[in-house]
Ligand binder design. Structure first.
Ligand code: AVJ
Length: 326
Protein backbone atom coordinates (compact mmCIF):
# COMPACT_ATOMS: atom_id res chain seq x y z
CA UNK A 1 0.00 0.00 0.00
CA UNK A 2 2.65 2.50 1.04
CA UNK A 3 4.55 1.51 -2.11
CA UNK A 4 1.65 2.78 -4.26
CA UNK A 5 1.45 6.09 -2.45
CA UNK A 6 5.17 6.71 -2.86
CA UNK A 7 4.99 5.55 -6.45
CA UNK A 8 2.06 7.81 -7.18
CA UNK A 9 3.54 10.82 -5.40
CA UNK A 10 6.81 10.46 -7.26
CA UNK A 11 5.04 10.29 -10.57
CA UNK A 12 2.76 13.15 -9.77
CA UNK A 13 5.58 15.45 -8.70
CA UNK A 14 7.61 14.66 -11.79
CA UNK A 15 4.90 15.04 -14.37
CA UNK A 16 2.05 16.95 -12.82
CA UNK A 17 3.58 19.13 -10.14
CA UNK A 18 1.32 22.06 -10.97
CA UNK A 19 -1.99 20.16 -11.20
CA UNK A 20 -3.57 22.27 -8.51
CA UNK A 21 -2.59 25.57 -10.09
CA UNK A 22 -3.77 24.31 -13.49
CA UNK A 23 -7.13 23.39 -11.95
CA UNK A 24 -7.40 26.82 -10.34
CA UNK A 25 -6.72 28.65 -13.60
CA UNK A 26 -9.05 26.36 -15.54
CA UNK A 27 -11.87 26.92 -13.03
CA UNK A 28 -11.43 30.70 -13.01
CA UNK A 29 -11.39 30.74 -16.81
CA UNK A 30 -14.59 28.67 -17.01
CA UNK A 31 -16.45 30.65 -14.36
CA UNK A 32 -15.47 33.98 -15.91
CA UNK A 33 -16.85 33.24 -19.38
CA UNK A 34 -20.10 34.94 -20.46
CA UNK A 35 -21.63 31.45 -20.45
CA UNK A 36 -20.03 29.98 -17.34
CA UNK A 37 -18.87 26.40 -17.50
CA UNK A 38 -16.81 23.86 -15.57
CA UNK A 39 -15.37 20.53 -16.71
CA UNK A 40 -17.27 17.40 -15.60
CA UNK A 41 -14.11 16.01 -13.99
CA UNK A 42 -14.85 18.34 -11.04
CA UNK A 43 -17.77 16.10 -10.06
CA UNK A 44 -15.35 13.47 -8.85
CA UNK A 45 -14.07 14.27 -5.40
CA UNK A 46 -14.50 11.49 -2.81
CA UNK A 47 -18.19 12.29 -2.22
CA UNK A 48 -18.81 12.81 -5.94
CA UNK A 49 -17.41 9.37 -6.70
CA UNK A 50 -19.77 7.91 -4.08
CA UNK A 51 -22.73 9.83 -5.51
CA UNK A 52 -21.90 8.51 -8.96
CA UNK A 53 -21.87 4.97 -7.54
CA UNK A 54 -25.34 5.71 -6.14
CA UNK A 55 -26.52 7.00 -9.55
CA UNK A 56 -25.46 3.68 -11.05
CA UNK A 57 -27.92 1.91 -8.74
CA UNK A 58 -30.92 4.03 -9.79
CA UNK A 59 -33.72 2.52 -11.87
CA UNK A 60 -33.65 5.48 -14.25
CA UNK A 61 -29.90 5.33 -14.92
CA UNK A 62 -29.97 2.42 -17.38
CA UNK A 63 -26.39 2.93 -18.63
CA UNK A 64 -24.43 1.06 -15.98
CA UNK A 65 -26.64 -1.97 -15.59
CA UNK A 66 -27.08 -2.29 -19.37
CA UNK A 67 -23.32 -2.21 -19.83
CA UNK A 68 -22.82 -4.72 -17.01
CA UNK A 69 -25.34 -7.06 -18.67
CA UNK A 70 -23.62 -6.75 -22.06
CA UNK A 71 -20.23 -7.60 -20.53
CA UNK A 72 -21.75 -10.52 -18.58
CA UNK A 73 -23.73 -11.93 -21.53
CA UNK A 74 -20.81 -11.72 -23.97
CA UNK A 75 -17.80 -12.25 -21.68
CA UNK A 76 -16.61 -15.36 -23.52
CA UNK A 77 -16.80 -13.74 -26.99
CA UNK A 78 -15.10 -10.60 -25.72
CA UNK A 79 -12.31 -12.67 -24.14
CA UNK A 80 -11.92 -14.54 -27.43
CA UNK A 81 -11.48 -11.30 -29.38
CA UNK A 82 -9.15 -9.79 -26.75
CA UNK A 83 -6.90 -12.85 -26.46
CA UNK A 84 -4.61 -13.79 -23.56
CA UNK A 85 -1.85 -11.89 -21.77
CA UNK A 86 -2.96 -8.28 -21.92
CA UNK A 87 -2.00 -5.31 -19.80
CA UNK A 88 -5.41 -3.96 -18.96
CA UNK A 89 -5.30 -0.16 -18.63
CA UNK A 90 -8.52 1.05 -17.03
CA UNK A 91 -9.15 4.74 -17.79
CA UNK A 92 -11.32 6.23 -15.04
CA UNK A 93 -11.27 3.06 -12.97
CA UNK A 94 -13.20 4.49 -9.98
CA UNK A 95 -14.01 1.52 -7.75
CA UNK A 96 -12.42 -0.89 -10.30
CA UNK A 97 -15.59 -2.99 -10.23
CA UNK A 98 -16.15 -3.15 -14.00
CA UNK A 99 -12.66 -4.34 -14.81
CA UNK A 100 -12.67 -6.77 -11.89
CA UNK A 101 -15.81 -8.41 -13.25
CA UNK A 102 -13.90 -9.06 -16.49
CA UNK A 103 -10.84 -10.56 -14.77
CA UNK A 104 -12.15 -14.17 -14.77
CA UNK A 105 -12.83 -14.05 -18.53
CA UNK A 106 -9.94 -11.82 -19.69
CA UNK A 107 -7.30 -13.04 -17.23
CA UNK A 108 -5.05 -10.01 -17.75
CA UNK A 109 -1.32 -10.28 -17.03
CA UNK A 110 -1.30 -6.89 -15.42
CA UNK A 111 -3.92 -4.38 -14.30
CA UNK A 112 -3.34 -0.60 -14.41
CA UNK A 113 -6.28 1.36 -13.00
CA UNK A 114 -6.05 5.10 -13.72
CA UNK A 115 -8.21 7.69 -11.96
CA UNK A 116 -8.19 11.33 -10.93
CA UNK A 117 -9.81 10.50 -7.54
CA UNK A 118 -6.69 8.99 -5.94
CA UNK A 119 -7.74 8.17 -2.39
CA UNK A 120 -10.88 6.45 -3.69
CA UNK A 121 -8.79 4.49 -6.21
CA UNK A 122 -6.21 3.33 -3.67
CA UNK A 123 -8.94 2.07 -1.32
CA UNK A 124 -10.49 0.09 -4.17
CA UNK A 125 -7.11 -1.37 -5.16
CA UNK A 126 -6.43 -2.49 -1.60
CA UNK A 127 -9.62 -4.56 -1.63
CA UNK A 128 -8.99 -5.85 -5.16
CA UNK A 129 -5.55 -7.18 -4.27
CA UNK A 130 -7.12 -9.38 -1.60
CA UNK A 131 -9.56 -10.89 -4.13
CA UNK A 132 -7.02 -11.26 -6.97
CA UNK A 133 -3.60 -11.80 -5.37
CA UNK A 134 -2.31 -13.35 -8.64
CA UNK A 135 -2.80 -10.21 -10.77
CA UNK A 136 -0.17 -7.46 -10.38
CA UNK A 137 -1.97 -4.15 -9.93
CA UNK A 138 -0.27 -0.82 -10.56
CA UNK A 139 -2.61 2.09 -9.77
CA UNK A 140 -1.89 5.45 -11.37
CA UNK A 141 -3.51 8.69 -10.16
CA UNK A 142 -3.76 11.43 -12.71
CA UNK A 143 -6.01 13.37 -15.05
CA UNK A 144 -5.77 11.42 -18.30
CA UNK A 145 -8.19 13.78 -20.08
CA UNK A 146 -5.29 16.19 -20.74
CA UNK A 147 -2.48 13.76 -21.47
CA UNK A 148 -1.93 10.01 -21.58
CA UNK A 149 1.67 10.16 -20.36
CA UNK A 150 1.72 6.85 -18.49
CA UNK A 151 4.59 5.82 -16.19
CA UNK A 152 7.48 4.14 -18.05
CA UNK A 153 6.85 0.72 -16.49
CA UNK A 154 3.36 0.76 -18.01
CA UNK A 155 4.40 2.38 -21.30
CA UNK A 156 6.95 -0.30 -22.12
CA UNK A 157 4.51 -3.21 -21.74
CA UNK A 158 3.24 -4.95 -24.87
CA UNK A 159 -0.35 -6.03 -25.67
CA UNK A 160 -2.02 -3.07 -24.06
CA UNK A 161 -5.79 -3.16 -23.84
CA UNK A 162 -7.23 0.24 -23.00
CA UNK A 163 -10.54 -0.13 -21.20
CA UNK A 164 -12.81 2.90 -21.43
CA UNK A 165 -16.30 1.87 -20.29
CA UNK A 166 -19.19 3.79 -18.79
CA UNK A 167 -19.83 6.00 -21.82
CA UNK A 168 -17.19 8.37 -20.47
CA UNK A 169 -16.15 9.11 -24.06
CA UNK A 170 -19.54 10.84 -24.28
CA UNK A 171 -18.26 13.59 -21.98
CA UNK A 172 -15.95 14.80 -24.76
CA UNK A 173 -17.11 16.80 -27.77
CA UNK A 174 -16.76 14.82 -31.02
CA UNK A 175 -13.53 16.71 -31.77
CA UNK A 176 -12.11 16.05 -28.28
CA UNK A 177 -13.20 12.42 -28.55
CA UNK A 178 -11.28 12.12 -31.83
CA UNK A 179 -8.18 13.63 -30.20
CA UNK A 180 -8.53 11.36 -27.19
CA UNK A 181 -8.77 8.25 -29.39
CA UNK A 182 -5.70 9.41 -31.30
CA UNK A 183 -3.82 9.66 -27.99
CA UNK A 184 -4.91 6.16 -26.97
CA UNK A 185 -3.84 4.94 -30.41
CA UNK A 186 -0.40 6.47 -29.87
CA UNK A 187 -0.17 5.06 -26.32
CA UNK A 188 -0.86 1.55 -27.71
CA UNK A 189 2.52 1.74 -29.44
CA UNK A 190 3.63 0.31 -32.75
CA UNK A 191 3.39 -3.36 -31.79
CA UNK A 192 -0.38 -2.93 -31.63
CA UNK A 193 -2.95 -2.77 -28.94
CA UNK A 194 -6.67 -2.44 -28.61
CA UNK A 195 -9.51 -0.50 -27.07
CA UNK A 196 -12.53 -1.90 -25.25
CA UNK A 197 -15.11 0.87 -25.20
CA UNK A 198 -18.60 1.25 -23.70
CA UNK A 199 -20.78 4.01 -25.13
CA UNK A 200 -24.40 5.10 -24.70
CA UNK A 201 -26.60 5.17 -27.81
CA UNK A 202 -29.21 7.71 -28.99
CA UNK A 203 -32.72 6.97 -27.74
CA UNK A 204 -36.07 8.60 -26.93
CA UNK A 205 -35.71 11.83 -24.96
CA UNK A 206 -38.01 10.72 -22.09
CA UNK A 207 -35.62 7.89 -21.24
CA UNK A 208 -32.67 10.30 -21.26
CA UNK A 209 -34.48 12.97 -19.22
CA UNK A 210 -35.30 10.49 -16.46
CA UNK A 211 -31.75 9.10 -16.43
CA UNK A 212 -30.29 12.58 -15.86
CA UNK A 213 -32.96 13.90 -13.48
CA UNK A 214 -33.93 10.99 -11.26
CA UNK A 215 -36.82 10.94 -8.79
CA UNK A 216 -34.58 10.58 -5.73
CA UNK A 217 -32.49 13.60 -6.63
CA UNK A 218 -29.18 11.76 -6.58
CA UNK A 219 -28.11 13.25 -9.92
CA UNK A 220 -29.03 16.70 -8.59
CA UNK A 221 -26.79 16.10 -5.55
CA UNK A 222 -24.03 14.83 -7.85
CA UNK A 223 -24.24 17.96 -9.99
CA UNK A 224 -24.44 20.34 -6.99
CA UNK A 225 -21.56 18.62 -5.22
CA UNK A 226 -19.21 20.01 -7.90
CA UNK A 227 -19.71 23.41 -6.21
CA UNK A 228 -18.39 22.08 -2.89
CA UNK A 229 -15.42 20.57 -4.67
CA UNK A 230 -14.74 23.87 -6.48
CA UNK A 231 -14.96 25.78 -3.19
CA UNK A 232 -12.16 23.61 -1.84
CA UNK A 233 -9.99 23.86 -4.95
CA UNK A 234 -10.51 27.56 -5.59
CA UNK A 235 -11.33 28.95 -2.14
CA UNK A 236 -14.62 30.19 -3.60
CA UNK A 237 -17.84 30.69 -1.65
CA UNK A 238 -20.55 28.93 -3.66
CA UNK A 239 -23.57 28.25 -1.48
CA UNK A 240 -25.16 25.02 -2.72
CA UNK A 241 -28.61 26.24 -1.63
CA UNK A 242 -28.46 29.02 -4.21
CA UNK A 243 -28.29 26.56 -7.11
CA UNK A 244 -30.60 24.14 -8.87
CA UNK A 245 -29.92 21.06 -11.00
CA UNK A 246 -31.12 21.14 -14.64
CA UNK A 247 -30.82 18.39 -17.25
CA UNK A 248 -31.80 18.95 -20.89
CA UNK A 249 -31.40 17.04 -24.15
CA UNK A 250 -29.78 19.08 -26.93
CA UNK A 251 -31.07 17.29 -30.04
CA UNK A 252 -29.03 19.35 -32.52
CA UNK A 253 -25.80 18.21 -30.86
CA UNK A 254 -27.12 14.78 -29.81
CA UNK A 255 -26.12 15.36 -26.21
CA UNK A 256 -27.57 15.40 -22.73
CA UNK A 257 -26.54 18.58 -20.91
CA UNK A 258 -26.36 19.25 -17.20
CA UNK A 259 -26.44 22.77 -15.81
CA UNK A 260 -26.64 24.48 -12.44
CA UNK A 261 -29.06 27.41 -12.42
CA UNK A 262 -28.87 30.27 -9.91
CA UNK A 263 -32.06 30.33 -7.79
CA UNK A 264 -31.58 34.06 -7.15
CA UNK A 265 -29.07 36.79 -7.98
CA UNK A 266 -25.77 35.43 -6.69
CA UNK A 267 -22.24 36.81 -6.39
CA UNK A 268 -19.52 34.20 -6.08
CA UNK A 269 -16.09 35.32 -4.92
CA UNK A 270 -12.68 33.66 -4.78
CA UNK A 271 -9.20 34.95 -3.90
CA UNK A 272 -8.50 37.55 -6.58
CA UNK A 273 -11.86 37.47 -8.38
CA UNK A 274 -15.64 37.27 -8.44
CA UNK A 275 -18.57 36.47 -10.75
CA UNK A 276 -22.12 37.75 -10.63
CA UNK A 277 -24.96 35.50 -11.73
CA UNK A 278 -28.49 36.77 -12.18
CA UNK A 279 -31.42 34.58 -11.14
CA UNK A 280 -31.87 31.76 -13.67
CA UNK A 281 -28.39 32.11 -15.13
CA UNK A 282 -26.58 28.82 -15.50
CA UNK A 283 -23.24 27.09 -15.22
CA UNK A 284 -22.83 24.34 -17.82
CA UNK A 285 -21.35 21.35 -15.98
CA UNK A 286 -21.55 18.39 -18.38
CA UNK A 287 -22.22 17.19 -21.90
CA UNK A 288 -23.02 13.53 -22.37
CA UNK A 289 -23.02 12.80 -26.12
CA UNK A 290 -25.24 10.01 -27.39
CA UNK A 291 -23.92 8.18 -30.46
CA UNK A 292 -25.46 6.04 -33.16
CA UNK A 293 -23.69 2.77 -33.89
CA UNK A 294 -22.61 4.18 -37.27
CA UNK A 295 -21.21 7.36 -35.70
CA UNK A 296 -19.09 5.52 -33.13
CA UNK A 297 -17.72 3.08 -35.72
CA UNK A 298 -16.79 6.03 -37.97
CA UNK A 299 -15.13 7.83 -35.07
CA UNK A 300 -13.00 4.76 -34.25
CA UNK A 301 -12.10 4.17 -37.89
CA UNK A 302 -11.08 7.76 -38.47
CA UNK A 303 -8.82 7.79 -35.42
CA UNK A 304 -6.65 4.73 -35.73
CA UNK A 305 -8.87 1.82 -34.72
CA UNK A 306 -10.45 -0.90 -36.87
CA UNK A 307 -11.35 -4.60 -37.00
CA UNK A 308 -14.17 -3.63 -34.69
CA UNK A 309 -16.44 -6.10 -32.89
CA UNK A 310 -19.57 -4.78 -31.15
CA UNK A 311 -22.07 -6.10 -28.64
CA UNK A 312 -25.35 -4.51 -27.59
CA UNK A 313 -28.46 -5.21 -25.48
CA UNK A 314 -31.83 -6.36 -26.86
CA UNK A 315 -33.20 -2.79 -26.87
CA UNK A 316 -30.05 -1.27 -28.43
CA UNK A 317 -29.65 1.14 -25.56
CA UNK A 318 -25.92 0.76 -25.21
CA UNK A 319 -22.91 -0.45 -27.18
CA UNK A 320 -19.67 -2.20 -26.25
CA UNK A 321 -16.92 -2.19 -28.92
CA UNK A 322 -13.54 -3.84 -29.19
CA UNK A 323 -11.26 -2.27 -31.80
CA UNK A 324 -7.65 -2.93 -32.74
CA UNK A 325 -5.04 -0.39 -33.72
CA UNK A 326 -4.65 0.05 -37.47
C1 AVJ B 1 -19.86 8.83 -16.27
C2 AVJ B 1 -19.87 10.51 -17.93
C3 AVJ B 1 -20.89 8.44 -18.36
O1 AVJ B 1 -22.61 11.08 -18.73
O2 AVJ B 1 -23.93 9.55 -18.00
C4 AVJ B 1 -24.24 10.52 -14.68
C5 AVJ B 1 -21.91 10.90 -15.72
N1 AVJ B 1 -23.79 12.48 -15.37
N2 AVJ B 1 -25.30 11.28 -14.46
C6 AVJ B 1 -22.91 10.22 -17.92
C7 AVJ B 1 -23.27 11.27 -15.26
C8 AVJ B 1 -25.03 12.46 -14.88
C9 AVJ B 1 -21.94 9.88 -16.80
N3 AVJ B 1 -20.65 9.44 -17.33
Amino acid sequence: MSHDIVDFETYRTEKFGSDRETARLELINGLSRPKARIAPKYFYDALGSKLFEAICQLDEYYLTRTEVAIFADHAAEIAEVVGPGTTLIDLGAGNCEKAARLFPALQPNHYVPVDISVEFLLRAVEALRKSYPQIPIHPVGFDFSESLALPAMVRKRSKKLFFYPGSSLGNFSPLQAAQFLTRIRAACGERGGALLLGIDLVKPVEVLDAAYDDALGVTAAFNLNALRHINRLLGSDFSVRDWQHKAVFNAAQSRMEMHLHARRDVTVTWPGGAREFSAGEGIHTENSYKYSRRAILDLLQRNGFGETSCWSDAESRYLVCHARTI
